[in-house]
Design a protein around this ligand. Structure first.
Ligand code: NAD
Ligand code: IPM
Ligand code: MN
Length: 355
């Protein structure tokens, strides 16, 4: 059976890293068929298209996965198209798990003194379909001195329950022992009070796993101080967004941070944590590794565990022995290579590990 993959490269460095990622995945010789779509700022500015409804239906019906670059363009300062494209897929396809592994691949990528691969290996489960991202709110008396703006945080029992359950199930399946939930229940007593109660209920169903609820500010501090205490972190949409940029910089930066937007058993979306990086777009400076590792997460989702491991091994080998893009030079030394050079070396390594 051939798996159809919808590739949406998007804006800025999106197309550069998407091309690299697809080349690497194609080299594995799997029954994957990549189909490219031009949704992004260019198309939005040209004809107002974000994501047509029939495309969303086709994704549900005909595609195994979506391989996504990034969206964001200085010509669309309100980011309307990002809402209509990326957030629309997360919400309408009900991709409730935003899986963001923060795994250090090489000790030299760690910015923390004395913390290496043994210490930096946590995975964030970010709730991906509600919270402050629900888009509920409005402005009143706009532009006047009496202006009021509200953004409503939505927390449903069902939404909290399923992301907590996913975090515990992941911990169990990987033989991990700890799940930490991050909230701000000392201030947001209603919404995050619900998180505390539901987390405790789900934890009670998994007695073999140590469950801890923490305030997110304390957790942000502790992830720098003693990251080795954390294996799985589950949190709401907004805190997950922030904590995973922190997780990215602890493990080599946005250039290497991968993610999955997942609904188990359904079409799911895989993308780097980084954005469209307009500051380096079109210059061959983009690190393709985040996109390539997102491809490995996609392979796992599709049931190609062996090939996912091959891609991960190739990336690890690349970081250890190969060329690297400018973002990694301060960490790894040497001189900078281009996106194309790193991709070419990755392809060679994939072939080596395939044999
Ligand atoms: P960004 O992630 O695009 O860039 C932040 C910094 O990291 C920049 O200095 C950039 O050059 C660097 N960087 C990012 N990816 C890199 C890579 N692969 N290799 C080397 N360096 C890399 O975040 P930003 O600048 O805050 O946002 C730019 C645009 O992207 C905005 O419009 C934002 O809304 C959008 N954005 C989109 C996504 C997404 O599509 N998932 C995620 C984050 C931001
Ligand atoms: C991310 C991004 C997105 C988010 C933006 C681009 C909507 O920052 O994927 O982390 O906030 O979720
Ligand atoms: Mn983000």
């Amino acid at each position: 059976m051939t798996h159809r993959i919808a590739v949406i490269p998007g804006d800025g460095i999106g197309p550069e890293v998407a091309q690299a990622g697809v080349r690497v995945l194609e080299r594995l010789g799997l029954p994957l068929q990549f189909e490219w779509f031009d949704f992004g700022a260019e198309r939005f500015l040209r004809d107002g298209t974000v994501l047509p409804t029939d495309f969303m239906d086709a994704l549900r019906r005909d595609y195994a996965a979506i391989y996504f670059g990034a969206v964001g363009d200085p010509r669309v300062p309100g980011n309307e198209h990002a809402k209509g494209i990326l957030l629309a897929m997360r919400f309408d396809l009900d991709l409730y798990i935003n899986l963001r592994p923060c795994l250090l691949l090489d000790d030299r990528l760690s910015p923390l003194k004395g913390k290496g691969r043994a210490e930096l290996r946590f995975t964030v489960f970010r709730e991906n379909t509600e919270g402050l991202y629900a888009g509920i709110g409005g402005v009143f008396k706009k532009g006047t001195p009496d202006e009021v703006a509200q953004e409503v945080e939505v927390n449903t029992r069902k939404g909290v329950e399923r992301i907590c359950q996913a975090a515990f199930a992941f911990a169990e399946s990987r033989g991990l022992r700890r799940v930490c939930m991050a909230d701000k229940a000392n201030v947001l007593v209603f919404g995050h009070g619900l998180w505390r109660r539901v987390f405790a209920e789900v934890a009670a169903r998994h007695p073999g796993i140590e469950a801890k609820a923490m305030y997110v500010d304390a957790l942000a501090m502790d992830l720098i101080r003693q990251p080795e205490l954390y294996e799985v972190i589950v949190t709401n949409n907004m805190f997950g967004d922030i904590l995973t940029d922190l997780g990215a910089v602890l493990t080599g930066g946005l250039g290497v941070a991968a993610s999955g937007n997942i609904h188990p058993g359904r079409v799911s979306l895989f993308e780097p944590v980084h954005g469209s990086a307009p500051d380096i777009a079109g210059q061959g400076k983009a690190n393709p590794i985040a996109m390539v590792l997102s491809g490995a997460l996609m392979l796992e989702h599709l049931g190609f565990a062996r090939e996912a491991q091959i891609v991960q091994n190739a990336v690890r080998d690349q970081i250890e022995h190969g060329a690297h893009t400018p973002d990694l030079v301060p960490l790894l030394g040497g001189t900078a290579a281009t996106t194309g050079q790193v991709t070419a070396e990755l392809l060679t390594r994939v072939e080596k590990f395939l044999r």
